[in-house]
Design a protein around this ligand. Structure first.
Ligand SMILES: N[C@@H](CCC(=O)N[C@@H](CS)C(=O)NCC(=O)O)C(=O)O
Length: 207
């Protein structure tokens, strides 16, 4: 039986994306914690030279970058259930994943989540100027996804890797005061979020 070891903290959005596929497919795996708030140790850097999470080991073979990990898992344990069959659907799925990577993650998680949830939890004060700068960037990214998205899932009738990318980011945003502003013009994504946020695999990985 294939041995899967996933490295990363359970609170990471990208780790949650990978764990959702493992949960959806009832795939057993070990989760090994990585402290992303301290310097990475040389042992971890030997697996992931950029020091990010997640990293997945498959029978000892190392894979990093979430897009590569999820496409691999979708093939080997998901039987491609989480990728649309048609080429345009596949392209839209990758487009949404790329929007999350390139335009949403940094302002939504790197700024708003860190400033609103992490900094105060450590006794600090949010950098309001940074939050104010990040908020319209998040709004633009979510509206771009809204323009591509279908329903009830982002690519139509079945859940795909694109949904698994966006859900963990939406969860953190939903806990911040900026959520109302960034979601004010995305009715379809709001309906999607109201529904997918109760999905059992999601509840499992965020617990
Ligand atoms: N391109 C990477 C990005 C991964 C990423 O940014 N992970 C965050 C956690 S969600 C991280 O490692 N943060 C720690 C850091 O940047 O030092 C991927 O797709 O896996």
């Amino acid at each position: 039986m294939t041995q899967y070891t996933l490295y990363g903290p359970a609170l990471s959005t990208y780790v949650r994306t990978v764990r959702m596929i493992l949960a959806e497919t009832n795939t057993p795996y070990d989760l090994k914690a990585v402290d992303i708030f301290s310097d990475r140790d040389p042992e971890y850097l030997a697996k992931h030279p950029f020091g990010k999470v997640p990293t997945l080991e498959v029978d000892g073979e190392t894979l990093y970058e979430t897009c590569a990990i999820v496409e691999y898992l979708d093939t080997v344990v998901g039987n491609r259930a989480f990728t649309p069959a048609d080429p345009m659907g596949q392209a839209h799925m990758r487009q949404i994943m790329a929007i999350v990577d390139s335009y949403l993650y940094a302002p939504a998680i790197g700024v708003i989540t860190i400033q609103r949830l992490i900094v105060p939890s450590q006794g600090g004060q949010a950098d309001e100027a940074a939050v104010a700068d990040a908020t319209p960037k998040v709004k633009t990214a979510l509206e771009a996804i809204e323009a591509i998205a279908s329903s009830p899932y982002l690519l139509g009738p079945t859940i795909t890797l694109a949904d698994f990318y966006l859900m963990p980011v939406m969860l953190y945003l939903s806990k911040t005061p900026e959520f109302a502003a960034v979601t004010s013009e995305i009715p379809q994504l709001n309906a999607w979020w109201a529904s997918v946020s109760h999905r059992p695999s999601f509840l499992e990985v965020i617990s």
